[in-house]
Write a protein that binds this ligand. Structure first.
Ligand SMILES: Nc1nc2c(ncn2[C@@H]2O[C@H](COP(=O)(O)OP(=O)(O)OP(=O)(O)O)[C@@H](O)[C@H]2O)c(=O)[nH]1
Length: 320
């Protein structure tokens, strides 16, 4: 390991492997149980495999596609040994994800245009929105970009306080107002301030209350309308943050938010310390929206640009 890697911490692949350890250990334990005493992949093994994938939060739709592919393979090859299952599953899942036409982009590419690139961040409370914004702000800043944060989650006082802490950590300016003020007004002030400072990128935190979809829709579209008074094509990105450790709930939230507003990218957080990391496979397959980032820890450097193949690689890494 070179000296700068030692200073910066673990290499990102190593961190990803570590973050997904619980997910893959639990997955392979289930696979091992499904094939115990069996040498051939038959209907019974396929049924068990279906259960393993569903209980690993891959999602029903994606699971059925994977099983269908394996069934076809078994029918074609006549005899498939259970010892080949790891490789076959990995190939079929990798194949499925590579076919969904959503390319990896190595995170956001921020154009330097003298007009701030506006990223509006949405998601329900507690999913890791604020943390993700803080981590992104820090990454952008270290790329030499001028960043401004907007605390438009005015619903909870703690949300603004947390964003202020992240702004300090990342050493970037933040625009805020009193708790309870109009989020659209905060967004407007933030964008005006960013334009005045010649900022490159703006990250706006919003309150994602899902209890009433019509309210959510109205609130988000009002924020957008008001932003557009300053920058007509803003927001350039609407990023939905999902908590990976909630498994199927994350799918449900993605469905609700994509119905309420136009979501252009996804971030899936808290993949460390959960066995539900399979959710990223289902989300990448089912929503034709790119997963741009994944959270693998609470620290400022624990947000990674998402790569489908690297993810599949870590997911299929046997830890024992
Ligand atoms: N382990 C782990 N924890 C995370 C990650 N991302 C966020 N968290 C933690 O999740 C908790 C909630 O994160 P916040 O960023 O406050 O969530 P939020 O969506 O902004 O929530 P509100 O501020 O309540 O609206 C915090 O304790 C974070 O440290 C991650 O990738 N891994």
């Amino acid at each position: 390991m070179s000296w700068f890697k030692k200073i910066l911490g673990k290499e990102s692949k190593e961190k990803l492997d570590e973050g997904l350890e619980k997910t893959s250990t639990s997955f392979f334990d289930k696979i091992s149980r499904a094939v115990v005493g069996k040498s051939k992949v038959d209907d019974e093994v396929l049924d068990d495999l279906e259960e393993v994938l569903i209980s690993s939060d891959v999602g029903v739709e994606t699971t059925l596609k994977v099983i269908k592919r394996i069934e076809e393979r078994v029918a074609r090859d006549k005899y498939v040994s259970t010892s080949e299952l790891d490789n076959i599953l990995r190939e079929e899942i990798a194949g499925l994800l590579s076919e969904n036409n959503v390319e990896d982009t190595n995170g956001f590419a921020i154009p330097k245009k003298n007009v701030p690139y506006v990223i509006m961040v949405v998601g329900v409370n507690g999913v890791g929105k604020t943390t993700t914004i803080g981590k992104l702000a820090s990454q952008f800043k270290s790329q030499g970009l001028k960043v401004v944060l907007g605390a438009a989650d005015t619903f909870r006082a703690a949300a603004v306080d947390q964003l202020v802490i992240w702004a300090e950590r990342a050493d970037v300016p933040i625009v805020k107002q009193a708790m309870g003020s109009d989020p659209a007004s905060v967004a407007y002030d933030t964008i005006q301030s960013a334009v005045a400072q010649n900022a490159d990128v703006v990250l706006i935190d919003t309150a994602g209350r899902l209890h009433n979809k019509v309210n959510l829709m109205n609130e988000l579209s009002k924020i957008k309308r008001v932003m557009q008074k300053v920058i007509p094509d803003a927001p350039h990105e609407v990023m939905l943050v999902l908590d990976g450790s909630t498994g199927q709930n994350a799918f449900e939230q993605a469905k609700q938010f994509t119905q309420a507003t136009e979501v252009s990218s996804l971030a899936v957080t808290k993949l460390d310390g959960t066995a539900k990391g399979g959710v990223v496979i289902g989300i990448s397959d089912q929503f034709k929206i790119p997963v741009k980032y994944i959270g693998v820890g609470e620290g400022i450097n624990d947000l990674q640009a998402f790569s489908k193949m690297e993810f599949v690689d870590s997911f299929f890494k046997r830890n024992k």
